[in-house]
Design a binder for this molecule. Structure first.
Ligand code: NDP
Length: 234
């Protein structure tokens, strides 16, 4: 059955791969962008997830064009790395406001319609770094770990209404976000990953579309790693 899907930050990177995977299986897919427009075949809504009014307007537009959001993928995220000693309050707050509070904003807005439909899927894109930690990533890791507590609380609140809230924790994926890594850091990462390579964004998308499917109805509050074995046991 075709669903209405919203992928935040679905205009590029991992989000785009996720959006395209849903579109390929016949779903109606909306993506947010902050001015770049949407790639072909996807319904674009301009939305900065740090602004609740913009989030509300984006959902209203999607509801009008495609129907209520049944599958929410909270993917939009940023990094702003620096060591703890040098990290400003602003750097910490901006990353948490985007990655964690931005996910809260879209989850909250999606939840009322999911409750009415007595069906919904929320998938939060975290990171291996959320539970593994990363030097220079106090802000980013805190925001990504926070998504786990958030998803599990949503599971406890809404789990009896056929609504699932799961977390996908990618390892290192070849996108613009990782293109800024130095060659030395990239080599170090590849050495640490049992799979011995970075992943393609489509490998994250495969986990996300599965969690959104009817087959995954009994998977709730889970953290699914897609990290080539990097975070094992965390
Ligand atoms: P990119 O930097 O390639 O893309 C980030 C996306 O987030 C863009 O679509 C961007 O929109 C959007 N975005 C950022 N801030 C906002 C905002 N305030 N409002 C709306 N949209 C926003 O990142 P990736 O594709 O690599 O990452 C996607 C997700 O996966 C992130 O949450 C990231 O933390 C996570 N992740 C990535 C990993 C990797 O190795 N790449 C590993 C683990 C997790 P715009 O085009 O407008 O800037």
């Amino acid at each position: 059955m075709a669903r209405t899907v919203l992928v935040t930050g679905g205009n590029r990177g991992i989000g785009l791969a996720i959006a395209q995977a849903f579109a390929k299986q016949g779903d109606r897919v909306a993506v947010t962008h902050r001015g770049s427009g949407a790639p072909e075949g996807l319904f674009g809504v301009q939305c900065d997830i740090t602004d609740s009014a913009q989030v509300d307007a984006a959902f209203t537009e999607i509801e009008k064009e495609l129907g209520p959001v049944e599958v929410l993928v909270a993917n939009a995220g940023i990094t702003d790395d620096t060591l703890l000693l040098r990290m400003s309050d602003e750097q910490f707050e901006r990353v948490v406001d985007t990655n964690l509070k931005g996910s809260f904003r879209v989850a909250k807005r999606a939840s009322s319609k999911m409750l009415r439909a007595k069906w919904g899927r929320m998938i939060f894109i975290s990171s291996v770094v959320g539970l593994y930690g990363g030097p220079g990533q106090v802000n980013y890791a805190a925001s990504k770990a926070g998504l786990v507590g958030m998803a599990r609380s949503i599971t406890r609140e809404l789990g009896s209404r056929n609504i699932t809230a799961n977390v996908v924790a990618p390892g290192f994926i070849d996108t613009e976000m990782t293109s800024v890594l130095s060659d030395d850091r990239r080599a170090e990462i590849i050495k640490a990953v049992p799979a011995g390579r970075l992943a393609g964004a489509d490998e994250v998308a495969a986990a996300v579309t599965f969690l959104a499917s009817d087959a995954a109805a009994y998977i709730n509050g889970a953290v699914i790693p897609v990290d080539g074995g990097l975070g094992m046991g965390h």
